[in-house]
Design a protein around this ligand. Sequence first.
Ligand SMILES: *[C@@H]1O[C@H](CO)[C@@H](O)[C@H](O)[C@H]1NC(C)=O
Ligand SMILES: *[C@@H]1O[C@H](CO)[C@@H](O)[C@H](O)[C@H]1NC(C)=O
Ligand SMILES: *[C@@H]1O[C@H](CO)[C@@H](O)[C@H](O)[C@H]1NC(C)=O
Ligand SMILES: *[C@@H]1O[C@H](CO)[C@@H](O)[C@H](O)[C@H]1NC(C)=O
Ligand SMILES: *[C@@H]1O[C@H](CO)[C@@H](O)[C@H](O)[C@H]1NC(C)=O
Length: 441
Amino acid sequence: MAVQATRTFYLLIVLSVSSVFYFLSWEHSVENACWKTFSGKLSGKKGNSTPRPVVLTTTLQVKKVVSTKANPLTTPKKHQMSTSTNAAAAESPMPVLSKKSFKKLPKWDFEDVYNQDGRPGQRTCPQSLRNSKDESFKKAFLPNIRLFLHKDNINMSEWNRLSHFNNPFGFMEYKYDDVMPSLKLIPKPTEPLLLPKPGGDGCVRCAVVGTAGILNGSNAGADIDSHDYVFRMNGAVTKGFEEDVGNRTSVYVHTAHSITTSIYLFRRYGYMAAPHSEGIKYVLIPEGMRDFQWLEGLLKGESVRAGPYHKKMPRTYYSGQYNESRFYVLHQDFLRYVRNRFLMSPNLNASFWPIVRPTNGAFTLFLALHTCDIVSAYGFMTEDYSKYSNYYFEKEIKTKVIFYSNHDYNLEKKLWKSLHDRKIFKLYQKSESGPEKPKQR
Ligand SMILES: *[C@@H]1O[C@H](CO)[C@@H](O)[C@H](O)[C@H]1NC(C)=O
Ligand SMILES: *[C@@H]1O[C@H](CO)[C@@H](O)[C@H](O)[C@H]1NC(C)=O
Ligand SMILES: *[C@@H]1O[C@H](CO)[C@@H](O)[C@H](O)[C@H]1NC(C)=O
Ligand SMILES: *[C@@H]1O[C@H](CO)[C@@H](O)[C@H](O)[C@H]1NC(C)=O
Ligand SMILES: *[C@@H]1O[C@H](CO)[C@@H](O)[C@H](O)[C@H]1NC(C)=O
């Protein structure tokens, strides 16, 4: 039903309902009005509502950035950011861009250029999804896309490049001094997210567990727990639901919003705290300003200094399992790559484009696709989603899935089905004839 809702209806819902999946990041929306000087440099017509994609050049930076021919921002023909090693160091932050100056998602000439890193360690799993023969997947998939942001891979030229993209894909509208000090605290991960599996067939098998109602009564818990690693996100209640969703969590993906809000939203389902299995890896999606504020408090072991979590102690949300060597922050390039290559929603052409982004579940699933060989997804949107409750832990009363306008659930649902059909991963689905459990390959 909500699928057919008008945009106005979507927006009304968004403004009136609070959910862990919902966010609006307008923290710094209006104050920076540099776009007027900037808009003169657009190659397309400013404020143009024609559907023609606008390709923007980045000459706006010449005033403040010491650019040379080798600067990746001024040499858009380059295909890999690794070519930027000779780039002159930019000396100061570029002028702040405002989201409001774009009527739809701006397309930059370096839009589809991503940081990659040579992750060593040859994969030996013959059935790895990396060896998929599917042409369109092969074309889109970047096996070495940079996954994590840390103090050693952020610098002024990276700041300026990423300031062209709205959050969570970059730092548009944010001031350097408000964000960079937090980024410079992020430790460089000392080990890969998932350790290679010793022995066996060399295949790292992962289960990614979403919160969809399809898992109610699934009896999939033992299957889920039998994987090498189990990924969860958001309100991942397991206590009391082990038969259906398992009890292990190896990787927990969250935002400052989801880790704080889930406790209130899901307490009545027994959710007391984020998963905290021994040795768990925590992955933060840096969704917006509030996450950078959260990060500062978390990494320093102090309370948050400003914003919606002012005075909260982030470390208390990790039940004693916070450990610098097991904490990761997703890289903006990874998030943008997932959007651009797999989940480019038509809503990015709408006036509310700045809030449109893949769900935390989608980012988590893609994280697994880039760190595991064989992936099974449980509790993600399926074609028959309307038969089930919104969440698996809503056993008593069936609630409807709400389509918030910041996520394109239909697009995600179709993508999961398509990737399943193309054997990239297994999607847990139920057929008329009964539950069909994803078997480990
Ligand atoms: C800035 O960081 C990027 C990404 O790690 C790197 O490729 C680039 O060489 C660095 N630039 C400078 C000037 O240090
Ligand atoms: C999960 O359940 C299994 C089987 O019931 C049990 O052996 C194991 O200790 C549980 N693990 C955790 C982390 O609770
Ligand atoms: C953090 O984790 C690492 C690796 O698991 C471990 O060696 C270290 O002792 C842990 N530190 C604390 C304070 O628990
Ligand atoms: C936005 O509109 C343009 C022109 O119609 C189209 O080419 C582009 O694919 C659209 N973008 C998305 C994300 O749908
Ligand atoms: C959850 O599953 C149980 C057992 O299969 C079923 O009786 C119940 O109606 C389901 N709840 C919802 C909300 O679908």
